[in-house]
Ligand binder design. Sequence first.
Ligand SMILES: Nc1ncnc2c1ncn2[C@@H]1O[C@H](COP(=O)(O)OP(=O)(O)OP(=O)(O)O)[C@@H](O)[C@H]1O
Ligand SMILES: [Mg+2]
Length: 259
Amino acid sequence: MQANGPLLHASEVTLVYQGKRGDITALEDLSLEVQDGEFVSVLGPSGCGKSTFLKIAAGLVPPSKGRVELAGKVIEKPSPEVGVVFQKANLLPWKTVLENVLVAARSLGLDMAAARKTADEYLALVGLETFAANYPNELSGGMQQRVGLVRGLVHDPSVLLMDEPFAALDAMTREQMTLELQKLWMTTEKSVLFITHSIPEAVFLSDRIVVLSERPGSVVMDLPVTLPRPRSFETLSEKAFNDICNRLRAHFSSFMAGG
Ligand SMILES: Nc1ncnc2c1ncn2[C@@H]1O[C@H](COP(=O)(O)OP(=O)(O)OP(=O)(O)O)[C@@H](O)[C@H]1O
Ligand SMILES: [Mg+2]
């Protein structure tokens, strides 16, 4: 998708939840940009509004104030241009891998032959080409999450929104998935907005890291990561990599100490 300016552009987004015991301001004047093809991670304390922001950007929740634009157009409802991957794959147990992957394409009314072709291609990219006819209970957690990833990509969105997609995985699978996501991103040249609680994961994957304040969330740091690509397990032991991690750790520890 061609865009003049950033592909995804959030301007002064505020979201107030009306709860039974009063209003909760989850986000306040949050502004951020993701350029075409860029990988941006969002780090921030628990409850600062990260998932809330993702739901707004996905067109699932309207902001109380401000707006999120995709290629200059305000996002008001779920769109084929936006793919979403959540923390849990939440696959439909009665549908096969392939049917699960095609659910979003079907509900968006897309060309199913084209979606099917993309599905085959992406399932192969994540090593699941022989599992298309299997059911979710026949897959491991990591394999299910890969299916969730393909489901988010199959309608060929220009931006992929990911909310802690690897949080439920064991540490080894998580490292493997991080490498696979980098490969998928480098192959497809999509823009990614990636929410995580893991500093090393954010540094490993990102072109840029946006750090949010405590609730109500707004941007307190915007850090470029210029490490060369492709990054590999060796990257994890490089000084430049660890310097960035330590800078982020220092930010969060001073903040947790109340500084
Ligand atoms: N549907 C809702 N109704 C009322 N309050 C909500 C709702 N969803 C979230 N909140 C509140 O909004 C705030 C932000 O929640 P959100 O889930 O966006 O945080 P988060 O940054 O994703 O947290 P975590 O890192 O733990 O996933 C929290 O205080 C939460 O209690
Ligand atoms: Mg969350």
